[in-house]
Ligand binder design. Sequence first.
Ligand code: EPZ
Length: 420
Amino acid sequence: MDKLVINGGNPLFGSIEINGAKNAAVAILPAAIMASSDICSIDNIPNIEDVHCIERILSSLGCKIKTGRNSVVIDSTDIVSMDANTNDVRKMRASYYLIGALLGRFKEARVELPGGCPIGVRPIDQHIKGFEALGARVEIKHGCVIVKADKLVGTNIFFDVVSVGATINVMLAATLAEGITILENVAKEPHVVDVANFLNSMGANIKGAGTEAIRIVGVKKLKGCSYSVIPDQIEAGTYMIAAAACGGEVLVQNIIPKHLESISAKLIEMGAQIIEDGDSITVKSNGKLKGVNIKTQPYPGFPTDVQQPLSALLTVAEGRSIINESIWESRFKHVDELKKMGANIKVEGRTAIIDGVEKLSGAVVKATDLRAGAAMVIAGLIAEGTTEVLSIEHIDRGYPNIEDKFKALGADIKRVSYSK
Ligand code: EPZ
């Protein structure tokens, strides 16, 4: 088992490359099994555990997978099973995309209920509502979602809540339905648009992803394609926040600045300097920033996935900051860990009130989930003394080579193996 050992206090200088987006890749890989002929060759795939997990699940269904350093080639012409029920399926959230993908291509699927970060209840009622509206019968039995349809027929679906997962999952199935599907009250996240673009490269007819409504004209079959995944908005946001927190000057490369506007705006409000240039952003900061209030919201609002990393910075920002977490009801588990380092935070329901302290002090803390892990790394980087971050398997699910990237910027951080 590994932990990260960080000696805090170093400013960050230099440049880093952001990898492909986790939340796009974990939807695009299952979507690739909808190609009934030819191969999908996908580039800019992040080298993270959630991607490896999906690749193992696809292999277990009978896909032939060839992986490169940041690429994967998937041949799913001879899928032998519609039954995804391995340990890997239970481990991760995005395995639910297999339901939409298998339902679209084979009109049936049997997929274990998904796992994922313990950040809230995480229902899938909106996914089910969408599949049923397309004509599928859905049953939950022995912890599995079982879906079957004689045929899928396009229709109008208005989601009750804005859900990234439901928008993508129902879009997958509707791509191979008969006729036209209109999805309304949809998620507009960059990864939703990326999955739609990927499906269109496979021969789908999807318009409007990223707007209020998505219009899908069903096609009979999808073919293979070559595709490159968009840069990771959340990974980029995490490094921008770390640079602002530690002070210094960091060039964050291979990004789409438009996707980062809500994060850039908050960092500017705090007193950091943000300079956009093509596909990169430079963050300059003296490490002494002002507290701000944030409310997490669906895109283009402030992303819930960046709330925890930002909260680490707010612990040492001047004055009071208030965070309202409107997406996930249990996304403050990292607060107790930050308190071990001297943070002054009070949580009341979905609100965290943070009064900035002069300094954090190093401690042994754990990553309670993926983005909580990133928050603890940032806290360790700004703290006085040594911080040990345990349970970093959560971090490895979503951040490629986190210690190498921070080391290259001048941080004193190393991965250490230990036994319990
Ligand atoms: C995706 O989760 C991301 N995961 C999450 O990122 C992210 O936090 C979340 O979207 C919001 O942006 C992946 O893409 C794999 P939702 P998802 O459906 O799709 C409610 C990370 O750190 N809801 O958009 O599961 C739900 O309870 C991870 O990378 C329903 O009520 O989230 C929540 O309050 C963590 N019924 C809200 O909608 C449903 O059927 C948004 O959830 C579905 C969702």
